[in-house]
Design a protein around this ligand. Structure first.
Ligand SMILES: [Ca+2]
Ligand SMILES: [Ca+2]
Length: 316
């Protein structure tokens, strides 16, 4: 009929998780009061039923965890022609390897002594047939599911002064930076990011983070361990410092009560995720892509802003 097969709800999955909320309220003497609330939660989703007899990695399969990222283990960067000659053959990825290119690890897939355990590489870097049983040199590098999400809410007051804080974070999460925001000259839309040049390999800069500068050549950008991002974070979402104006003072000028405060949003963050990403803005669930490639990175462009505000609150 000229149409493609319709989508169907073909997989079954199971999500297991838990939530914990602990709160504490106390005071020290008559003047210092505080309360703390900690919330913590976790979940994982696993495929329990799906027709994928070959265990193709580009599709769902039973036992697949939602968010799993498969890729290569990075062995290092080629420093010389000798390194390239002595390394496993990477020609299935690209040809004409040069010093400054990524050296992918040849995973043990061949059993040379008959004990049933693979102990040597096959001398070729590839994805095998991209299935569970024959995945070549691919290994599980991480998972994009936000694990151990938490919030910490702290309210304190001393006499008329008060300080409120709200922290938020994720305890464990990996993220693959597949787009041109991260990679030098990865597309025609590339932005010139100042961190590319000094961090790219050259003979004078052999310990560089990135390989040699290449325009629109993805040989060094395969999903791999070297550039996996630790997207865990903690962020001070809100800090408010204020003063409750004494009632008798307010009543003199015709009010019931009032307070003045200064507050800031997103004013402090700790994360290891590479610039220019914002760990809170990583939205991989929206366009989840089994390969861990670029489609996952939509929604990353707009960072969370720091905001400061000053307020007066009056009660009539
Ligand atoms: Ca291999
Ligand atoms: Ca063996």
């Amino acid at each position: 009929m000229g149409t493609s097969a319709p989508y169907e709800n073909a997989a079954e999955l199971k999500t297991n998780g838990w939530e914990l909320v602990v709160s504490w309220r106390d005071k020290v003497g008559n003047d210092f009061k505080y309360d703390v609330e900690l919330s913590l939660s976790d979940y994982e989703t696993e495929i329990t039923d799906y027709e994928n007899p070959t265990g193709a990695l580009g599709d769902w399969y039973v036992g697949r965890k939602f968010g799993d990222i498969w890729g290569y283990e990075t062995e290092g960067i080629f420093q010389s022609e000798d390194d390239i000659a002595n390394h496993a053959d990477q020609s299935e990825i690209a040809i004409n390897w040069k010093p400054g290119d990524i050296m992918y690890k040849d995973q043990p897939t061949v059993d040379t002594n008959g004990d049933g355990i693979p102990d040597e590489g096959d001398g070729v870097i590839n994805q095998g047939s991209y299935t569970l049983d024959n995945k070549g040199d691919l290994v599980l590098l991480g998972n994009t599911t936000p694990r151990y999400s938490y919030g910490i809410n702290i309210n304190t007051s001393y006499k008329n002064f008060f300080v409120n804080m709200f922290f938020q974070g994720v305890g464990k999460r990996e993220f693959w930076p597949g787009d041109q925001l991260f990679w030098p000259f990865a597309s025609q839309w590339f932005q010139i990011q100042t961190h590319f040049i000094p961090n790219s390999w050259s003979e004078d800069n052999r310990d560089a983070y990135f390989g040699r500068l290449l325009a629109r050549d993805d040989r060094n950008r395969k999903v791999q361990s070297r550039y996996m991002q630790d997207a865990s974070y903690i962020r001070l979402k809100n800090l408010t410092v204020g003063y409750n104006i004494p009632k008798r003072l307010m009543q003199k000028i015709g009010f019931v009560g009032g307070k003045v405060f200064v507050s800031g949003q997103n004013i402090w963050t700790h994360s290891n995720v590479g610039r220019p990403y914002d760990p809170e803005g990583i939205d991989v669930a929206r366009g989840y892509d089994l390969s861990g490639e670029t489609k996952q990175n939509r929604g990353l462009l707009y960072p969370f802003q720091k905001t400061y505000s000053i307020g007066v609150n009056l009660t009539f």
